[in-house]
Design a protein around this ligand. Structure first.
Ligand code: NAD
Length: 290
């Protein structure tokens, strides 16, 4: 199936980025959120990002204007009726996503594909809220969407080959590199990354080394652009904990047990950059101060 029109549900950090790259790739885009002010905030982020590309000479004024012109915003699900593909990027809450997919299943034309940008909820489970599991798939974009090249494409248990092929092609048109994976807890990205961060936290907990020392080992020794504790602060320690819990419960395997230090820091409200303190301290602009 040729995709011409893409719907995006949720105009937050991820949804606005997905709408932007879809519009830049020439797709017609409908972006929905629950309140006008969230749509405004999403559009402002898109304008900012496109403005930076223009400033750096990465796109022309015509491309900038054309991309913005392809994005329509709405508060109604009805505007998704003729979308060929709808990507959901609402909050990471299964009950909210279930409601969104039930509604999408009702309004989107029967041949339309439904995709979720979830970081951790099983695709097969989300597909079960619809009557079209063969047309349901995971499209896991990375943050910030306009800059990061990977899209992890997650096949649910009943996703068809045709749906997978169509979505891989859409991702390529967005100038992304799609990588196909199967639906297991954490997919590949979070299954490999998050336990590494948890292990770094556990090393600090056991007094093996300070956060600075653990980060230096991984930056200088493994050529990681950021140390694992800096990265955990950047992602948000609550998010890191939530994903460890998904792995721990999903595999019923103690090797994914969250570090007690991680749990304690989340309980204490030390969530990393967004709360001003995690393993490091940050100013109000999110810059590391110590
Ligand atoms: N932030 C990341 O680094 C990242 C990376 C990959 C995947 N994800 C996933 O992407 C999804 C979105 O994350 P985010 O960081 O953009 O969150 P966010 O909080 O920035 O945005 C979520 C948006 O969804 C809107 N929303 C809530 N219910 C809605 C509904 N019923 N209809 C329409 N809009 C609705 C909210 O108003 C908000 O604007 C989550 O599933 C998250 O796990 C996030």
């Amino acid at each position: 199936m040729e995709v011409k029109k893409i719907g995006v549900v949720g105009a937050g950090q991820m949804g606005s980025g997905i709408a932007q790259v879809a519009a830049q790739a020439g797709f017609e885009v409908v972006l929905r959120d629950v309140e006008e002010r969230f749509l405004e905030r999403g559009l402002a982020a898109i304008r900012r990002s496109l403005g930076k590309f223009l400033e750096k000479g990465k796109i022309t004024q015509e491309e900038h204007d054309a991309a913005l012109g392809r994005i329509k915003t709405t508060l109604s699900f009805k505007d998704f009726a003729d979308c060929d593909l709808v990507v959901e990027a609402v909050v990471e809450d299964e009950a909210v996503k279930a409601e969104v997919f039930q509604e999408l299943d009702r309004v989107v034309k029967p041949e339309g594909i439904l995709a979720s940008n979830t970081s951790s909820i099983p695709i097969t489970k989300l597909a079960s809220y619809t009557g079209r599991p063969e047309k349901f798939i995971g499209m896991h974009f990375m943050n910030p969407v306009p800059l990061m090249v990977l899209v992890e494409v997650i096949r649910g248990h009943r996703t068809s080959d045709e749906t997978t092929e169509t979505v891989l092609e859409v991702a390529r048109r967005m100038k992304k590199t799609p990588v196909e994976v199967h639906d297991y807890p954490g997919f590949v990205s979070n299954r490999v990354l998050i336990p590494m961060l948890n292990e770094a936290i556990q090393a600090v907990h056991e007094g093996v080394a300070t956060p600075e020392a653990v980060d230096a080992v991984m930056r200088l020794g493994m050529n990681h652009p950021m140390g694992p504790l800096e990265l955990a602060d950047f992602i948000g320690l609550d998010t890191v904990l939530a994903i460890m819990e998904v792995l721990y419960q999903g595999f019923s395997d103690s090797k994914y047990r969250p570090s007690p230090l991680l749990k304690k820091m989340v309980q204490a409200g030390l969530l990393g950059r967004k709360s001003g303190e995690g393993f490091y301290k940050y100013d109000e602009k999110g810059r590391k101060i110590s």
